[in-house]
Design a protein around this ligand. Structure first.
Ligand SMILES: [Zn+2]
Length: 272
């Protein structure tokens, strides 16, 4: 049985939005612009071997290679990648910094130490979740799962790069205020104070959060589009993603459909 949407709404408000963004707020001050962009891999020795396997898997896909090159040669963004024991099956992006011209110049992707294991829920992670049966049947390795999680994080960084810095900080500032009111008004999203805050932020905190997650998932799908194109199960995999998107992410369906349509191999499955 699946929890109701209102359960997720409350759950996300309390656990997923307020806390990570609160941390990000402290580390997103302006800093001196870097001369050129690059990828800085700050990987503890204990995790170097596994990280290289995950990265190699990410780079086997054409789009993985292209996105890596994009950041390795980026004109101003320094992308730091690290591996941490915290949140070992998950990953996160943050420590965003912008220059005076409003360009994103720094971001950090933190990969959990065991991202080759663990499948998040299909509600917000329809792409990563869809890999589970194929990993269980050993049709794909855990390294593919890890590379898909890397792609998800790259999706976050790409999306943040398109958001105006003032809006990002406005959302950081107003989300906790929204959450405090929401938790004290009987969870009434029609409260005029909340309606006004959501208008300023461009959505309520959960909408903003899920929009970001689904951008991460869209990039994960882009990676899998290339990675599993030649696997005989690719239609079954993408059909499962489609079912989860239709069930849980209907307002965001277009971004997934656009990827499916971008290459005949998925479109010829059942994305129409
Ligand atoms: Zn994410």
């Amino acid at each position: 049985m699946r929890p109701s949407p209102s359960f997720y709404f409350l759950f996300m408000l309390v656990t997923l939005f307020a806390v990570p963004l609160g941390i990000a707020a402290k580390s997103s001050e302006k800093s001196v612009p870097s001369a050129t962009g690059s990828i800085r891999e700050e990987i503890p020795d204990a995790y170097k071997e596994r990280y290289q396997r995950w990265k190699a898997e990410f780079l086997t896909a054409e789009i993985g290679q292209a996105q890596w090159e994009l950041y390795a040669r980026h004109p101003q963004l320094v992308l730091t990648i690290t591996v941490s024991r915290e949140n070992e099956f998950g990953a996160g992006s943050g420590k965003y910094k912008w220059n005076a011209a409003g360009e994103l110049i720094a971001a950090t992707v933190t990969l959990g130490a065991k991202i080759n294991e663990g499948f998040p829920s299909s509600v917000y992670y329809p792409v990563m979740n869809a890999l589970e049966p194929y990993e269980k049947q050993k049709l794909i390795s855990g390294n593919v799962l890890a590379a898909t999680k890397i792609a998800h994080e790259f999706g976050h960084v790409m999306k943040i790069g398109t958001i105006a810095e003032p809006l990002y900080h406005l959302q950081l500032r107003l989300a906790p205020i929204y959450n405090t009111i929401f938790l004290s008004n009987g969870h009434n999203v029609d409260d005029p104070r909340l309606v006004e805050l959501a208008r300023q932020m461009g959505g309520n905190p959960v909408q903003i959060w899920e929009d970001r997650e689904y951008w991460g998932e869209a990039n994960a799908m882009l990676y899998l589009r290339d990675r599993v194109a030649k696997e005989r199960f690719h239609c079954r995999l993408f059909n499962q993603i489609k079912r989860s998107v239709e069930e849980y992410a209907k307002p965001y369906e277009e971004r997934f459909t656009a990827i499916a349509k971008s290459q005949g191999v998925i479109y010829s499955c059942s994305w129409r």
